[in-house]
Design a protein around this ligand. Structure first.
Ligand code: FDA
Length: 584
């Protein structure tokens, strides 16, 4: 008989959620095993828009530079193009992903990182390499089948797909990061709301040099509006850049009522040539596949010692580019909590805050991504494509848009407005950045949540309000330009204070004495402080006085803050930690 394999955390799946979990657990020194069904990682580009919150996780992992080296940078994501085909008429263009000069500053001010385009088949190897180097025990060709839990742990039954043999792995906790058809979520009976398979879509991955059609209007997404393009799928035909400008992913919808669509090589080539608008285009099809538009989320992310993350708990179309990003942040929220509980620094109750904090985010992004599909029809209507299914009639209706008539004028306005409205998909900085958590892992300072002064979906609003993300400003630290985010993270709690905040240093020592948990203290201010507030941006942004403090969790969220120094700082901070750690 073979020996039972035992570990602290079993991670199921090597997509963005599972791979990030493994890399983080490795960095935190938590013993864990990652199993994944296939022999290697994602074999197609899949998710690609990598937003600043996800890049911040990679930065904390020390992987930002590697990611940037493989990614297409923000300035090449400058536009979204709406056209009848790449060679045909362009209906309009929208500056995207923070590239409009009036939006660029919002993105630059919000984070030390840049949004970029990093296809999933480039991202996953970066994470898995780091995980392996940091101690993840990796098992490919290993399928999760089932689990049972008891008071002390989880026993998972897995299958070695090479030998066909099943065996068991015993873990203290299990992370189900097994994607949109999650077996883990099914076994633990997570309540799912919504609908799978709302519409059908085809992916066609091709090699084709499209430089002459695109290099002058760089974009990640070229939307093709033709009769039939609004059937199924994500609202329009799509030519998505994978690598500039010779590798592409073409998305075309199909009517799901007629069952799954099988695509021959010739059909695939003809769809591509039609969308490009070049009947003689040299195209090599790499692969084709079909997928469905889903609108489903879990009402709860965990059961007992099992926690689901990523598409396992939020299933939605690629609109807004939130899938991989949200999955990475799920992992970032969960893994430090597992670390503290496994180390004995926190009570298991800390883990309940995972679902409390991340479930509302998942629900919100599923809703947003599906809503964005619904923002396409007004563009079709304004262009004239809904006037008739007959191509000749449609062409006439399209031409009428350019006429010097009252109707033409109204249609043009409609089109400009409809395209501008797609900022809710392509410049949705608030949706990407504004998460605010409410749970036992955040302690109120008695102030109400600051109201958003601008559209909360479009614009990020920084605040140190407990439950919000630590604001980024540049400071100087040990002779280097650093972000406030660089002063925190790496699995530690960090207390930021300034001149007159000595009492907080004593208080941090009291917390360590009470709970054995070290708390880093960093002062920010003029020369003499740990980090130099050379621009006085922290002074303006921190929303506390210099002798106050901002307590930052390992995932960069503000756990608590104090406006000023207080006489009983040690008792107060010890009580705050007692509540967060569930040990009060
Ligand atoms: P993900 O699905 O990435 O990973 C699941 C992991 O679990 C995989 O490693 C899988 O092998 C493993 N697994 C599954 N069942 C298992 C079992 N029983 N035992 C062991 N391992 C198991 N998004 C986007 O924004 N733009 C896009 O163009 C696309 N395109 C796209 C194409 C295809 C084909 C897919 C499948 C998905 C997309 N997506 C996408 C969605 C995007 O890929 C998705 O949101 C993220 O990958 C979610 O990350 P997760 O880690 O949660 O799951």
């Amino acid at each position: 008989t073979s020996k039972l394999i035992e570990t602290d955390v079993l991670v199921v799946g090597s997509g963005p959620a599972g791979a990030t979990s493994a890399a983080l657990l490795g960095m935190y020194g938590v013993k864990h095993i990652l199993i994944t069904k296939y022999g290697w990682l994602a074999d197609t580009p899949r998710a690609h828009i990598t937003n600043q919150r996800a890049m911040e996780v990679l930065r904390d992992l020390g992987l930002e530079e590697k990611a940037v080296a493989q990614a297409v940078p923000q300035h090449l994501m400058a536009n979204n193009v709406f056209c009848e085909s790449l060679a045909g008429e362009e209906f309009g263009r929208l500056y995207s992903w923070g590239n409009h000069p009036s939006r660029k500053a919002d993105y630059d001010l919000a984070s030390p990182t840049r949004i970029c385009d990093l296809p999933q088949n480039y991202l996953e190897p970066i994470l898995i390499e780091a995980a392996g180097q940091r101690g993840t025990a990796l098992r490919f060709n290993t399928e999760f089948l089932d689990l049972v839990q008891d008071a002390d742990g989880v026993t998972a039954t897995v299958k070695d797909r090479l030998s066909g043999e099943s065996y068991q792995i015993r873990a203290k906790y299990l992370i189900g990061a097994d994607g949109g058809r999650s077996r883990v979520a099914e076994v633990i009976g997570l309540p799912m709301e919504g609908q799978m398979g709302r519409a059908g879509s085809m992916n066609i991955i091709v090699q084709a040099d499209l430089s002459k059609y695109v290099a002058h209007r760089p974009s990640v997404l070229y939307w093709v509006l033709q009769p039939g393009a609004q059937i199924g799928g994500i609202g329009a035909g799509l030519i998505r850049m994978v690598r500039p400008w010779n590798e592409w992913l073409i998305i075309w919808g199909y009517d799901i009522e007629h069952g799954e669509r099988k695509l021959s090589n010739d059909e695939a080539i003809s769809i591509v040539r039609n969308l490009v608008g070049d009947e003689t285009l040299d195209v090599k099809v790499t692969s084709t596949s079909t997928w469905t538009v889903n609108e489903m989320y879990a009402g709860r992310y965990s059961s007992g010692r099992v926690f689901c993350a990523g598409d396992a708990v939020h299933r939605h179309p690629p609109t807004n580019g939130l899938g991989s990003n949200t999955s990475i942040q799920d992992a970032y929220n969960l893994c430090w909590k597992l670390k503290l509980v496994l180390e004995g620094h926190a009570a298991p109750s800390l883990l309940e805050s995972y679902s409390a904090e991340r479930q509302p985010v998942g629900e919100q992004i599923v809703t947003r991504a599906n809503k964005s599909i619904g923002d396409f029809p007004p563009i079709f209507e304004a262009v004239g494509l809904l006037a008739s299914t007959d191509p000749a009639e449609a062409r006439k209706a399209i031409a009428a848009r350019k006429a010097s008539t009252t109707e033409g004028k109204a249609r043009r306005k409609k089109l400009y407005d409809a395209i501008a409205n797609k900022s809710y998909e392509f410049n949705c900085h608030g949706v990407e950045m504004n998460q605010r958590y409410g749970s036992t892992a955040v302690v109120s300072d008695g102030t109400p949540m600051p109201a958003f002064t601008r559209d909360h979906e479009l614009y990020y609003q920084a605040t140190t309000w407990p439950g919000a993300h630590l604001p980024h400003v540049w400071v100087e630290h040990q002779g280097q330009r650093k972000s406030t985010l660089d002063l925190a993270g790496k699995g530690r709690f960090t207390l930021l204070t300034g001149i007159g905040g000595d009492g907080w240093r004593t208080a941090a020592a009291a917390v360590e004495k009470a709970y054995g948990l070290p708390v880093d203290v960093v002062t920010i201010g003029p020369q003499g402080c740990d980090a130099l507030d050379i621009y006085a941006d922290w002074y303006r942004q921190s929303e506390v006085d210099e002798d106050g403090c901002v307590l930052v969790r390992p995932d960069m969220y503000v756990a608590w803050r104090a406006k000023n120094a207080v006489a009983n700082a040690a008792d107060l901070l010890t009580e705050v930690f007692g509540r967060i750690l569930g040990r009060g």
